[in-house]
Design a protein around this ligand. Structure first.
Ligand SMILES: NC(=O)c1ccc[n+]([C@@H]2O[C@H](COP(=O)([O-])OP(=O)(O)OC[C@H]3O[C@@H](n4cnc5c(N)ncnc54)[C@H](OP(=O)(O)O)[C@@H]3O)[C@@H](O)[C@H]2O)c1
Length: 377
């Protein structure tokens, strides 16, 4: 029996590629029964034809207006579906939590695969509800586009192997900027290049990358999977640029107009790092700092036990370190655990952390995982 799939965000950049990939490569195991955009949808419990699914995702046909109310869609699907339905969220919407909770909480639905991080970074109770039944909620794509970071943290946690440290470079855009500046480009030139239509590495408003919040949200998801009861406020995020670069309610044009001011800022940081045999990288890190770390930061009274820290920021890092030598837009992830991956034998993953084809491919891995948990077999 084929897997029935409904895709939220089918008209988006990842969504279009996903529709393409399912139609091209998965015809033997799954069929698309529903496609949803922010306002319109199409649904047929017998499967949407190849052309209809493609035309909707390509914006050629509009589908039916549903006014953005997913509960009405879920009611309709529950009424009409012939076999349990699997859902995909490739939106960037902050309003998907009720939809996710309903899908994971109702045995009538097979489960949810999400590349959308938003539902995972709200309060810890929502996170725990969503991820309580791992098999039904596939969210591996939310970090490094599904390259295995979440799975490695999960493995350690499930084996009772204490996670001592997680560090990573989780923004392809910021990794690219560091790589280009290391190779001699000025910051403003590297950013201009990164947001050129040929590259398209940045968000439409590049401040969304430069703030570092997206990296902070990925670290939060990993920390929660390591069993830490933490929220976004617990992540100390230093933006890629100094705080003063982000003027209050400043237009994008004005922001872009002063980017060259920061060329020297980065040149100096790179020079300083090089004088210590290091380089710069935008790093997310969950760790328990050592006494030396705290003393270096000027902490006079060392707390016992030393609390865990979650930090995101531009750091100096040895050139020989894997995260220091990342080329282009590559992402990196390192995990140190008490038993399986102790310091000196840490586990490291480098991979393309974004990209439409990679993300869509890993969403399909999530759909395959849902099939493994399928209650119909
Ligand atoms: N791009 C990557 O390489 C990458 C990698 C990993 C993860 N991701 C994640 O994947 C997600 C999608 O990224 P993208 O670049 O494809 O985004 P996008 O191009 O902005 O597409 C968003 C899609 O979501 C739809 N949408 C918005 N609100 C909706 C709602 N309430 N209900 C149903 N559909 C809704 C939009 O419909 P309309 O057409 O009506 O606006 C559009 O189809 C994001 O969460 C992103 O963080 C992306």
């Amino acid at each position: 029996m084929k897997q029935d799939v409904v895709i939220f965000g089918a008209t988006g950049k990842v969504g279009k590629i996903l529709v393409d990939q399912i139609l091209d490569k998965d015809a033997d195991k799954r069929r698309i029964t529903g496609v949803v955009s922010s306002q319109n949808w199409l649904y047929d419990p017998n499967g949407l034809g190849y052309k209809l699914a493609l035309d909707f995702s390509g914006g050629v046909v509009d589908g039916y207006s549903y006014g953005g109310d997913h509960s009405m869609l879920l009611d309709e699907i529950r009424k009409l579906q012939k076999v349990p339905t699997s859902f995909v969220d490739v939106t960037a919407s902050t309003d998907m939590i009720p939809t996710h909770l309903r899908v994971v909480g109702d045995s009538f639905y097979d489960g949810m695969v999400t590349a959308n991080k938003n539902p995972l970074v709200k309060d810890i109770e929502t996170f725990e509800k969503l991820t309580a039944n791992n098999g039904k909620y596939q969210f591996q794509c939310s970090v490094m586009a599904g390259a295995g970071a979440i799975e490695k943290v999960d493995e350690a946690y499930e084996l009772g192997d204490e996670v001592k440290e997680i560090s990573g470079c989780f923004s392809g855009t910021l990794a690219y900027l560091c790589d280009q500046m290391r190779k001699g480009k000025k910051f403003s030139e590297a950013l201009f290049d990164a947001r050129s239509p040929e590259r398209g590495y940045t968000e439409p408003d590049e401040r969304d990358d430069l703030w570092g919040f997206d990296v902070g949200r990925k670290l939060l998801i990993l920390a929660r999977r390591a069993g830490k009861k933490v929220n976004l406020e617990d992540v100390n995020i230093s933006p890629f640029l100094p705080n003063m670069a982000f003027g209050k309610e400043e237009s994008l044009e004005k922001f872009r107009g002063k980017l060259q001011t920061y060329d020297v800022y980065f040149e100096e940081r790179i020079k300083l790092a090089e004088s210590e045999g290091k380089t710069i990288q935008y790093i997310a890190k969950m760790s328990t700092p050592s006494v030396d770390d705290l003393l270096e930061k000027g902490v006079s009274e060392i707390p016992i036990p030393i609390p865990m820290s979650l930090e995101v920021g531009l750091k100096k890092i040895p050139k020989s370190h894997l995260l220091g030598g990342l080329e282009g837009t590559l992402n990196g992830f390192e995990i140190i655990t008490k038993e399986r991956y102790p310091k000196g034998s840490s586990l490291v993953i480098t991979a393309s952390g974004a990209g439409l084809k990679v993300t869509a491919g890993n969403v399909r891995v999530g759909l395959n995982n849902l099939m493994r948990y399928d209650r119909r077999t």
